[in-house]
Design a protein around this ligand. Structure first.
Ligand SMILES: [Zn+2]
Length: 333
């Protein structure tokens, strides 16, 4: 058997048994569709270490210390092994789990979806060059270093070659639906209007890609106990997470992209809509549609009321404003 073939066999088997192998180091328990445990790489009081497994991938990620990777990465880091040593160790463990642990139920074939996903390896290449990312530079003017790093990691923010910001849209299964590419002014944090908004799936190499939008930040729904706040733009969701972390902030990706058909993953959650000033009436209509379908949803009206009470001259500056603009302008609301 060729060496690479042997490696692929080992990798497939290790991916299939990733839960058993990591369980040898830290106990994992099921949480939603994934598994969580205490991170073996750093000290923590509440579990932020997650293991993801489905029929085509298996990996771990710690949201506390940012460790993450394949089952090989896990063992090499855990035991300080070289790659060949790690392969040997894995074979031993796999024999062990084969003998002593019951086989997990066969992973179900994925439901055939009508849309495509972005390869995470593609996204990983863009998780860099934050010193050239104009939106990140703007964040650093307003928040401390740790907060900014947390925001980058939480929302999977990437950098395009020209310094534009990539907001990956990741669903509750940690699958990347697409990414929105926006260029900002590093000082004001405003979008540069002469460079149009673009999408990852519209880039060369993504021919015939069937995209399906969900909420930006939807992967955070694994976190329970916090109300869901929905804004229009990813920038606003990121900023408001730093300002008001008691909510889980999602973005609809445009005023007209807020559609009741996308609410399904939000069932049984408390939802508050935070429309931009000019989208208030549209979102109010959507709220009533959602209420009729038994969603627990309300709308934040103060922004609309404050701007509406301004005189016509004053108002001109706030026609496109959102909750983050109000916060950053230090206006009382
Ligand atoms: Zn950790």
């Amino acid at each position: 058997m060729a060496a690479s073939e042997a490696y692929i066999q080992l990798k497939n088997k290790a991916d299939e048994r990733i839960l058993d192998i990591i369980n040898l180091y830290t106990p994992l328990k099921k949480a939603g569709i994934n598994y969580v445990g205490m991170c073996p790489f750093h000290t923590e009081k509440t579990p932020s270490f997650k293991v993801y497994q489905n029929s085509n991938k298996a990996f771990y990620k710690c949201f506390g210390c940012d460790a993450g990777g394949s089952v090989f990465d896990f063992l090499m880091k855990m035991e300080n092994l070289t790659f060949p040593e790690c392969c040997e160790r894995l074979k031993k463990y796999l024999n062990y789990v084969d003998e002593f642990q019951p086989k997990p139920p066969r992973v179900q074939e994925p439901v055939k979806t009508s849309h495509d996903y972005i390869n995470p390896e593609y996204a990983k290449l863009t998780f860099a060059n934050y010193d050239k990312n104009y939106f990140v530079q703007f964040l650093k003017k307003n928040f401390d270093e740790t907060t900014v790093t947390d925001l980058i990691n939480r929302f999977y923010i990437g950098t395009a070659l020209n310094g534009a910001t990539i907001f990956y849209i990741v669903d509750e299964c940690e699958e990347i639906r697409t990414g929105q590419i926006i260029m900002y002014n590093p000082i004001t944090g405003k979008r540069l209007k002469n460079l149009p908004i673009s999408w990852i799936h519209a880039q060369p190499g993504f021919q015939n890609f069937q995209s399906k939008l969900c909420f930006f930040g939807q992967h955070q729904l694994e976190e329970f106990g916090k109300p869901i706040a929905i804004v229009e733009s990813p920038k606003t969701a990121v900023i408001m997470t730093a300002v008001y972390p008691d909510y889980i902030w999602l973005a609809s990706m445009g005023a007209t992209q807020l559609q009741v058909s996308k609410f399904e993953p939000l069932k049984d959650r408390e939802i508050i809509l935070f429309p931009d000033y000019d989208a208030y009436k549209l979102w109010d209509t959507i709220m009533w549609k959602a209420i009729k379908l038994n969603y627990d949803v309300t709308i934040y009206a103060s922004l609309f009321e404050i701007v509406n009470s301004m005189n016509e001259v004053e108002k001109q500056d706030y026609l496109k404003c959102d909750i983050a603009d109000l916060y950053l302008s230090k206006l009382n609301f």
